[in-house]
Design a protein around this ligand. Structure first.
Ligand code: NAP
Length: 472
C-alpha cells in the first residue's frame, strides 16, 4: 500500500483532483491518500508561505504528491505556494509530455506528436535575483550550475530510457550566451556519452520553437533551461488541445510532485464543466513513477476509449452544446476501465532511474584572474570617461581595455550607432593580480566615479571564464 500526499488545491482543483482520485481508485490500485492543504485558504489563515507544516511533514513522509492548482490571493504572501514547494524540495526537473490525444481534434491531429519537454526547474533567470543597477538600468542574474546541468541532462536521458524513447535533444541559446547556456550544451554533450543507446544532438532554441510549430512529430525528448522550457512547454500544450490536456511532473532526488500545467481557472470553479484530463494524465505519470504500470495503462486506454470511441467530450472541446459534465466524463472513464483503444501498447514503460549526481564543488586545477570588469553609473561622454579611466590606471597594474554599454564597445573605437545608457562596463586587464590590487583600483575610482558592481575575469584551467564584449 502506497501513501500519497493529496493536495486538491483551489478553484477547479477539488473537481479535477477529485475526478482523478476516483478514477485511480476504480482501478483497484492500492493507494492511501493523505489529504493536505496548501494555497489560498492557507494564506488566508496567515501562513505566509501558503504551505502549512502538516503538509510539509506529509510530503517528507510520503515523498509523492498529487497536487491541484494553487492560488496566491492578492494581499496575502509574497511568493507562490507552488514555487515554494518546488524550491523547498529541490524539484529540479519538470517533465511535460506533449502527446496527441485520440479523439481530440487539433490542426495537428494525425501527425503523431509524442514528445516530452524536460525543463530545468530551479535555476536560470527564474531564481528571480534582480537588481536596479542604477535608477535607469535593471539586471536579472542567470545562474546556471555545472551540477544542475548534469542532473537535468541525465534526467532527460533516464526518462527517455524509462519510456523506450529513441532520441534526446538539447535546446539552448549557447550561440549568444556561450557561458551559461553553453554550460548546459557542453555538459549535455558530456553526459550523452554515457547513453550510447540513445541518439542525441542539439538545436538552438529559437529554431526549436519554429520546428515545434512546423514539424513537432520529429522530436522525442527535449531538454532545456528553465525559461526556455517554460515558454516551449506552453507552446507544446497548445499543439495537443490546450491546457485541459497538459500534464506535468516535478522531479527531485527525494520528492516527486505531480501537477497539471493549468491553474485554478476560478471562473469555472464548482460549475461541473471543467476538463479533468490534464490532472488525470498527470495521475497516469504518477502511477508509472510508482511503478503501477498496469493501472496507468488501464486508465490511459479507458480515457482514449471515452474520448475517441465514445466521443464523450467536455465543454472546452465541443462547446456548451452536447458537452459532458466533469462528473459524467469521469464516470464514463470509470465505466471504460478494462477496455482497450490501442491493440498494441505504444511503449514498454520501465521504472525511471533517478540520476545521482554529486553535489561536490567543481574544482579548477589551475586558476588565475586576468582582470576585472567594473560597472560605473555614468552617462557622460564615453571618450572623456575612457581618457579619465586610463589616467587613473597610471601607477596601478591595470590597463583599461574597453568600455561597453549593454555589451557593445563604446571605447576605444566605438561601434557606429549606440544608444548609451547610464551604465558603463569598464574592462581592466592585468596579469597575476590579487584582491588587494582590485581594491586599490576601486578606491582610486571611487574618488571620481560611482561604481556599482564588479566581476572578476577568471581563467579556469586555461580557459577564459567570461564573455567577450561585442566588438572587442
Ligand atoms: P488557468 O487557471 O490555467 O486558466 C486559464 C484558462 O485556461 C481558463 O480560463 C480556461 O480557458 C483554460 N483552462 C484551464 N484549465 C482548464 C481545464 N482543466 N479544462 C479546460 N480549460 C482549462 O490560468 P489563470 O486564469 O491565469 O490562473 C488562475 C489562477 O491559477 C491564478 O491564481 C494563478 O496564479 C493560478 N495558477 C496556478 C498554477 C499551479 O498551481 N501550478 C498554474 C497556473 C496558474 P477558457 O477561458 O478559454 O475556457
Amino acid at each position: 500500500m502506497k501513501t500519497i500526499t493529496l493536495i486538491s488545491g483551489d478553484g477547479i482543483g477539488p473537481e479535477v483532483v477529485g475526478a482523478t482520485r476516483k478514477i485511480i481508485d476504480a482501478t483497484g490500485v492500492k493507494i492511501t491518500w493523505e489529504e493536505c492543504e496548501a494555497g489560498a485558504k492557507v494564506f488566508k489563515k496567515g501562513v505566509g508561505t501558503g504551505v502549512p507544516t502538516e503538509t510539509i511533514d506529509s510530503i517528507i513522509r510520503n515523498r509523492i504528491v498529487l497536487k491541484g492548482p494553487l492560488e496566491t490571493p492578492v494581499g496575502f504572501g509574497e511568493k507562490s505556494a507552488n514555487v515554494t514547494l518546488r524550491k523547498m524540495f529541490e524539484m529540479y526537473g519538470n517533465i511535460r509530455p506533449i502527446k496527441e490525444i485520440p479523439g481530440v481534434k487539433t490542426p495537428y491531429s494525425g501527425r503523431g506528436i509524442d514528445l516530452v519537454i524536460v525543463r530545468e526547474n530551479v535555476e536560470d533567470l527564474y531564481a528571480g535575483i534582480e537588481y536596479m543597477q542604477t535608477p535607469g538600468t535593471a539586471e536579472c542574474l542567470k545562474l546556471i550550475s555545472r551540477n544542475g546541468c548534469e542532473k537535468i541532462s541525465r534526467l532527460a536521458f533516464e526518462f527517455a530510457r524509462s519510456e523506450g524513447r529513441k532520441s534526446v535533444y538539447c535546446a539552448h541559446k549557447a550561440n549568444i550566451m556561450k557561458v551559461t547556456e553553453g554550460l548546459l550544451k557542453h555538459t549535455f554533450e558530456e553526459v550523452a556519452k554515457d547513453y550510447p543507446d540513445i541518439e542525441s544532438g542539439n538545436i538552438i532554441v529559437d529554431n526549436c520553437a519554429h520546428q515545434l510549430v512546423k514539424k513537432p512529430e520529429q522530436y522525442d525528448v527535449l531538454v532545456m533551461t528553465n525559461m526556455n522550457g517554460d515558454i516551449l512547454s506552453d507552446l507544446g500544450s497548445a499543439l495537443i488541445g490546450g491546457l485541459g490536456f497538459a500534464a506535468g511532473a516535478n522531479i527531485g532526488d527525494n520528492i516527486a510532485m505531480f501537477e497539471a500545467v493549468h491553474g485554478s481557472a476560478p471562473k469555472y470553479a464548482g460549475k461541473n464543466n471543467i476538463n479533468p484530463t490534464a490532472v488525470l494524465m498527470t495521475g497516469i505519470m504518477m502511477l508509472r513513477y510508482i511503478e503501477e504500470f498496469d493501472a496507468a495503462n488501464a486508465i490511459e486506454q479507458a480515457l482514449f476509449v471515452t474520448l475517441a470511441k465514445d466521443k464523450i467530450l467536455t465543454r472546452d472541446i465541443v462547446g456548451d452544446v452536447g458537452a459532458a459534465s466533469t462528473t459524467a466524463f469521469t464516470d464514463a472513464i470509470i465505466g471504460n476501465i478494462g477496455k482497450t483503444y490501442e491493440t498494441q501498447p505504444k511503449r514498454n514503460y520501465k521504472p525511471l532511474q533517478l540520476p545521482r549526481v554529486s553535489n561536490d564543488a567543481v574544482v579548477a586545477k589551475q586558476r588565475q584572474v586576468d582582470g576585472v570588469d567594473i560597472y560605473l553609473e555614468n552617462n557622460g561622454d564615453a571618450k572623456s570617461v575612457g581618457k579619465q579611466l586610463e589616467s587613473l590606471c597610471n601607477g596601478t597594474r591595470f590597463s583599461l581595455k574597453t568600455m561597453s554599454c549593454r555589451g557593445v564597445k563604446v571605447y576605444p573605437a566605438p561601434e557606429v550607432e549606440i544608444a548609451s545608457t547610464d551604465l558603463y562596463c569598464c574592462r581592466f586587464m592585468s596579469s597575476d593580480i590579487n584582491d588587494g590590487d582590485i581594491i586599490d583600483l576601486l578606491q582610486r575610482l571611487s574618488a571620481k566615479f560611482h561604481w556599482v558592481h564588479i566581476e572578476k575575469l577568471n581563467v579556469f584551467d586555461g580557459v577564459a571564464a567570461y564573455s567577450k564584449i561585442h566588438g572587442e
